[in-house]
Design a protein around this ligand. Structure first.
Ligand SMILES: C[S@@+](CC[C@H](N)C(=O)[O-])C[C@H]1O[C@@H](n2cnc3c(N)ncnc32)[C@H](O)[C@@H]1O
Length: 331
């Protein structure tokens, strides 16, 4: 029998488990519950508890199933991880916080979400709890703003030409998913390795879901709620996310300003230990079983002291990217 539920493969699962050591019990936060791949595995260890977040309400169904099986040990919240700080977890002894960024296989297959260039219908790309859609962005922002989104969030070389065509084309009709793909295909040379619309779609998804600000706020909140010796682990899927995580972890563990334009911060050194400078990537076995994991990178840090408040220069460092996301405020 063929299942209609898309197959889910939790990326770098064994590596996550060996880093956070759930066999010692404790409370963990799964900031990106998705299909509950990590949560389920952690709950198999007795004396563990999970607080799970996901912005997509469709995750709740899976969370209810898992909660029934491991009764009382899973608390699911349909919230964005940038709101982690508002959950008043300050006095909870959190042993680990995990982020597995991006979207799940179920979401990419979800036609309603329109995350894929193969989707039909309206441009959407909202993962959940959003303020606007990709259609609002593509049909309302000016050409310069669209160009910046495609260039800085997607590294799209043809950003300018594509955005000018969009603005020209939308004079006669509201653009949908298919129209956008057609514009990109007509503007760019065919690339046989990846679909020509990959970069533009990635950039719009980042923009619509505020992924840069979400990540920065989520990381800061996570560092605060962890107890001493707690672990913060993040799996990223594209270079922009990885750049932010890498910078943040480096600055936390060295108290060094990586950029000469950003002042060094006056606070105790070494709030966190960075055990491995290089990211952990999927094994050959995992790559064989799940090719989309090929761009995954796992980085982690360990909290060395109990503290709640600390200073960070991460907002200044990524100010320009945040300013691009702010175009969304007018939509
Ligand atoms: C790659 S999937 C996680 C898969 C999960 N680790 C598993 O094994 O099932 C990413 C999930 O994070 C959620 N997500 C993305 N950004 C989020 C945010 N800012 N706040 C909360 N959830 C978010 C998405 O809705 C998606 O369900």
């Amino acid at each position: 029998m063929v299942s209609d539920t898309p197959k889910h493969y939790p990326v770098l699962l064994n590596e996550i488990i060996s880093i956070i050591t759930p066999q010692h019990g404790g409370t963990f936060i799964d900031c990106t519950f998705g299909q509950g791949g990590y949560t389920k595995e952690i709950l198999k260890f007795k004396k563990t508890q999970i607080i799970a977040l996901d912005r997509d309400i469709k995750s709740k169904k899976k969370a209810d199933e898992i909660e029934k099986k491991f009764s009382g040990r899973l608390l699911f919240k349909n919230k964005k991880f940038s709101q982690l700080d508002n959950l008043k977890l300050k006095d909870q002894k959190i042993r680990g916080v995990i982020f597995d960024l991006g979207y799940s296989f179920a979401q990419i297959k979800d036609q309603e979400k329109g995350l894929s260039f193969n989707s039909v219908g309206e441009l959407n790309m909202q993962m959940g709890l959003n303020d606007f859609s990709a259609s609002d962005a593509v049909n309302k922002l000016d050409a310069k703003e669209l160009e910046k989104i495609f260039k800085f969030f997607g590294d799209e070389k043809e950003a300018k030409r594509i955005s000018l065509r969009i603005v020209q084309k939308r004079q006669s009709k509201q653009l949908n998913n298919k129209d956008l793909v057609e514009i990109i295909e007509k503007t760019k040379k065919k690339n046989f390795k990846t679909h020509s619309a990959t970069k533009v779609f990635q950039s719009l998804r980042i923009f619509v879901n505020n992924e840069i600000s979400e990540l920065i706020h989520g990381l800061i909140a996570a560092t605060k709620v962890l107890k001493k010796d707690g672990i913060l682990a993040v799996v990223t899927f594209h270079s922009l996310e990885d750049k932010i995580v890498k910078y943040f972890f480096k600055s936390l563990s060295e108290n060094k300003s990586v950029s000469r334009y950003v002042p060094k911060i006056d606070q105790p050194k070494n709030l966190f230990s960075l055990i491995k400078k290089k990211p952990i990537t999927p094994s050959l076995k995992e790559l064989k079983e799940n090719l989309p994991s090929r761009s995954a990178k796992l980085r982690y840090v360990i909290k060395k002291e109990d503290f709640y408040d600390f200073k960070t220069d991460i907002f200044e460092k990524f100010e320009y990217l945040i300013s691009i996301e702010n175009f969304g405020n007018k939509l």
